[in-house]
Design a protein around this ligand. Structure first.
Ligand code: PRX
Length: 641
């Protein structure tokens, strides 16, 4: 049996030591110490945690700070201005190096420019950009002013962008003319032009990235290079309250309407910086860290922008995709920049496995000393491949479980302390408390019994609510097992060694390539098509993407179906979903059916559809209103299309 215990050499140099677990016995004292260790406060805080209005938490009460100052200025003040903050790897061969001193100038200019466009503290700013440094600069400039940003993933459609601008009532949108995708310039501002009319957004700030032609509205649109380049590079970072909103980030829930997850400043920054230090084992003076997420997701927020920059780390920012210009591009980057810490997603790892170990074998990956995984469960086979072929057979892998709502890592091994268990994120990190409850809310301790993962104590980077919807916040997270338990929405079990295994979502949320998608959101996109009467969507297991979207649709009676027309229609429906939500939401398969399996109360039994989608024996059909429906669906599937 392979022993995955840390080596003594690793343990000796590790940031996160075993003593942290002991220290965390005093929950609030532990977090107060982390807040003072990792964050520079302009005004020290008094009370560590105010939970009197639970589940609405206040952390580090009375404290004041500026997140942007913490991520940039203080490193320059400490004499590290020449340290590289970002090795920018462009998708067009145009690499750049940005030091902390450069970053300070750029963020200050951008903050001045945003103010000149009328953005003030409290205003929301939507950011819809590719993975270019201006995206990071824009986020930090917003944080500096105290204008919460709402980053919308650049792969989302203009409809999805519009819904998010409207919900957050954003005053300004920051975007780029276009973006490079596999060497080609693709439009981006175009989607903003369609999204903005009729919303609160009065101005659009546009970075020129590709030089492609764009429509221009002189009243509304402003070039980044015109207002930012000419702005002063001096900007005093004002102090903001610890609980001042830092950002809103939308994520899928069980209903069709995405939730605007609200994060505030002091607690969020504390936990991002602390976890990045102890889990990724970042030594800012020597490490080169690379998180391959997109800033449009929470991983990019916490582990590209706020955590590593607060720690003064040197990182890689990659604009491209793993297969362009070739399938070895990740490893070429690791070799070139001597990346020592790599944080990526299981779906990427499984893709690399499929492409073959001979590709990474062509590169020198000896700089790698820590590997991370995030976004979905990593299957032990992928874990071993990652360790063997990327980690040189020895790099610890930190499998980190967390969520948009938790803001930062919650369950993970500490690489210098924990004996690793492939496939499990193992246990809560010091400062976090989790349990597994059964259906009745009783704690499960026995191994292999499946229950629900809950968090039992408030934590600094916890969401502070759902933007504009406090009731939904309480209902979604704090009611399933009563107000003391945060219900994460994940099924989980212990193994015989006490490791926690996350078994995936227990609600109607799918996880496709580590991206959260709601079945309801895709169903409502499908029924918004004139030909569709009713739709049901399930997440079916998929070898590469973890889960894949499989849809079942009933057509309106007035249209023709069958034969070639139905193939075309399926394609049209897939594109329709892509247009409504974004390409990531396009179903892998759409099956046109005559009926859907429903209970007598009319609820669609997704469990049975999942059996069909995963080619399994159909489970218990006794609660179906009409038990012949499943035969019809199965027969329909067996027919060649
Ligand atoms: O189901 C869990 C899964 O991803 C969900 C959170 O998704 P999101 O808010 O988009 O954040 C993803 C990045 C933090 C969780 O409820 N998940 C995330 N990480 C893991 C995971 N499942 C198992 N193991 C993980 N390491």
């Amino acid at each position: 049996m392979t022993d995955y215990a840390p080596t003594p050499e690793f343990t000796e140099q590790a940031v996160g030591q075993a003593s942290l677990y002991d220290e965390a016995a005093d929950h609030e004292a532990f977090w107060a110490a982390r807040a003072r260790e990792y964050v520079t406060w302009s005004q020290d805080f008094g009370t560590t945690l105010d939970w009197s209005d639970a589940p609405f938490a206040k952390w580090f009460v009375g404290g004041e700070l500026n997140a942007s100052y913490n991520c940039v200025d203080r490193h320059v003040e400490a004499g590290n201005g020449d340290r590289v903050a970002l090795h920018v790897v462009g998708a067009n061969g145009d690499d750049r190096t940005i030091t902390y001193a450069d970053l300070l100038r750029e963020v200050s200019k951008a903050a001045n420019a945003l103010e000149s466009l009328g953005v003030t503290k409290g205003d929301r700013v939507a950011i819809y950009m590719p993975m270019i440094p201006e995206a990071v600069i824009a986020m930090l400039a917003c944080a500096r002013i105290g204008a919460p940003h709402s980053v919308v993933f650049g792969g989302f459609s203009s409809d999805a962008l519009k819904a998010r601008i409207e919900d957050g009532e954003a005053k300004l949108v920051i975007t780029s003319d276009g973006q490079f995708r596999k060497g080609k310039a693709m439009p981006l501002k175009e989607a903003v032009d369609r999204a903005v009319p009729g919303t609160t957004a009065g101005k659009v700030l546009v970075v020129k990235r590709t030089g492609i032609d764009v429509e221009w509205d002189d009243e509304r649109d402003v070039w980044w290079h015109e207002v930012v380049d000419s702005a002063s590079d001096q900007h005093e970072a004002p102090a903001h309250d610890s609980e001042h909103p830092l950002f809103i980030l939308y994520t899928s829930g069980t209903t069709g309407k995405p939730k605007g997850i609200l994060h505030t400043t002091g607690g969020y920054l504390t936990q991002c910086a602390y976890t990045n230090a102890v889990v990724h084992d970042v030594h800012p003076e020597t490490d080169v860290y690379w998180c391959t997420a997109d800033i449009g997701w929470v991983t990019g927020h916490s582990y590209i922008v706020y955590g590593p920059l607060a720690n003064g780390a040197t990182q890689v920012l990659f604009e491209g995709t793993p297969d362009s210009p070739h399938q070895g591009v990740f490893w070429e980057i690791v070799e070139k920049y001597k990346v020592s810490i790599l944080y990526t997603a299981p779906t990427a790892i499984r893709t690399f496995m499929k492409w073959g170990a001979d590709i990474p074998a062509k590169y020198d990956l000896s700089s790698i000393r820590v590997l991370g995984s995030v976004g979905e469960p990593i299957n032990p086979e992928a874990w071993r491949w990652y360790r063997e072929h990327i980690g040189g057979g020895s790099a610890p892998i930190v499998d980190t479980w967390w969520q948009t709502e938790t803001g930062a890592i919650m369950n993970s091994p500490l690489p210098g302390v924990t004996t690793l268990e492939p496939g499990s994120s193992q246990r809560p990190i010091p400062g976090i408390s989790a349990e597994i409850l059964d259906d009745e809310g009783q704690p499960l301790t026995e191994p292999e019994k499946v229950g629900y993962l809950v968090l039992t104590k408030p934590w600094p980077s916890m969401l502070r609510g759902i933007w504009g919807d406090p009731e939904r916040y309480k209902d979604t997270y704090w009611s399933r097992f009563g107000p003391e338990y945060y219900f994460a929405g994940d099924g989980a079990k212990y193994d015989a060694d006490g490791n926690i295994w996350i078994l995936g979502r227990v609600d109607d949320v799918m996880n496709v390539s580590g991206h959260r998608l709601s079945t309801a959101e895709i169903e409502s996109a499908l029924v918004s098509h004139p030909r569709v009467a009713e739709a049901a969507v399930v997440g079916a297991s998929d070898e590469t993407t973890g889960q894949a979207v499989v849809a079942f649709a009933i057509l309106r009676q007035d249209g023709e179906t069958g034969g070639a027309e139905s193939d075309e229609l399926v394609q049209e429906l897939r594109n329709h979903v892509g247009q409504q939500i974004g390409p990531i939401a396009k179903p892998r398969q759409i099956m046109i059916v005559d009926e859907l399996p429903k209970t007598r109360s009319g609820k669609i039994m997704r469990r049975l559809l999942k059996d069909v989608a995963e080619n399994r024996e159909i489970g218990d059909v006794t609660t179906l209103a009409d038990s012949s429906v499943m035969n019809l669906i199965k027969d329909g599937m067996a027919k060649p299309s």
